[in-house]
Design a protein around this ligand. Structure first.
Ligand SMILES: NC(=O)c1ccc[n+]([C@@H]2O[C@H](COP(=O)([O-])OP(=O)(O)OC[C@H]3O[C@@H](n4cnc5c(N)ncnc54)[C@H](OP(=O)(O)O)[C@@H]3O)[C@@H](O)[C@H]2O)c1
Length: 279
């Protein structure tokens, strides 16, 4: 997601300083380990940004469950360092968070005023990050996204289509419902959102809840395959970390703040497949 945000903000004429764990001078990317206090301090002191868009995280949900200390170090402590430096230097802090802060028990789309109750280490560590941003930096946006896909690294549609190309039926969960979201649509709304100065929590996902199974089915159909996915239930899915069964999001605050609405997941998927025919 960070790559897409940097691409779109540069295209809009803004100066963007990208960071990653390893520097990439050719791409203008500086090295930053968000868990190293001195590195965070130095970067913000030397680059003096107006806004930090904090997309870094340990995003592998199962790895977080197996390495809780690392998960909290990156997702909570790293975020605390960034939020505190933003506050100290008058920088707006945008923290990208997740649908996994919810437990899934509501059974209907979560809005921004629903209470988080994460059920995994990943979810709890990201929620700790949210709480740090709220406590430390008043000029913040917490942007909850979900089930991301895009062209910058392999994501769910890539896996589904790779299986189909190999003549296999991709396995997909029938009873996990969420909001698949194209990173291009998120990045497009971040700039108008930043201009509102209406701080706080936002849900930024493509609209209309869908199961992993139906999403996989739609990917296959749109790409012209006649293969059906192989259904699997969450009860039979043997993975280390629990996932919320229902984590679809809706946004109330986006419209209130005057930001253009997010398109549906079907619309987003069509555009993604049309724009990236090699997927
Ligand atoms: N992917 C999803 O479906 C999803 C769903 C909900 C929310 N989100 C949230 O959306 C945001 C972006 O997700 P994404 O899928 O774009 O993530 P991603 O592709 O996994 O990228 C996360 C980046 O964070 C970097 N990182 C990890 N530890 C770091 C550290 N200590 N210092 C500096 N950088 C570090 C990673 O570097 P390495 O590659 O070197 O490890 C990676 O480049 C995250 O906050 C995530 O929690 C994602």
């Amino acid at each position: 997601m960070g790559t897409e945000v940097a691409r779109q903000f540069r295209a809009a004429g803004l100066e963007v300083i990208g960071t990653a764990r390893t520097a990439d001078p050719a791409a203008g990317v500086l090295a930053l380990d968000i868990t190293a206090p001195q590195q965070v301090h130095t970067l913000l002191r030397e680059t003096r940004p107006d806004v930090v868009i904090h997309c870094a995280a340990l995003t592998n949900v199962d790895a977080c469950e197996q390495q809780p200390e690392l998960a909290y170090r990156v997702n909570a402590f790293g975020t605390e360092l960034i939020a505190a430096q933003c506050q100290q230097r008058g920088v707006v802090c945008v923290y990208i968070s997740t649908d996994y802060v919810f437990d899934g028990a509501k059974g209907a789309p979560y809005h921004e005023y629903d209470a988080p109750n994460p059920i995994s280490v990943y979810g709890r560590s990201k929620w700790a990050g949210e709480q740090a941003v709220q406590a430390l930096c008043p000029r913040h946006y917490i942007v909850r996204v979900a089930w991301l896909y895009g062209a910058h690294r392999p994501t769910f549609p890539h896996t589904v289509l790779a299986q189909a190309r190999a003549g296999k039926s991709p396995v997909a969960i029938v009873d996990q419902i969420g909001s698949p979201t194209y990173v291009v649509d998120i990045a497009e709304r971040l700039l108008p959102l930043l201009q509102t100065e209406c701080y706080g929590i936002y849900h930024l996902t493509n609209t209309e809840p869908v199961s992993r199974y139906e999403f996989a089915q739609a990917i296959l159909q749109a790409a012209g395959y006649s293969i059906e996915p192989t259904p699997l239930t969450m009860a039979d899915w043997r993975v280390p970390a629990p996932r919320p069964a229902y984590s679809a999001l809706i946004s109330w605050r986006l419209a209130w703040a005057g930001v253009p609405p997010m398109p549906s997941w079907r619309d987003a998927l069509q555009r993604f497949l049309a724009e990236h025919r090699q997927v």
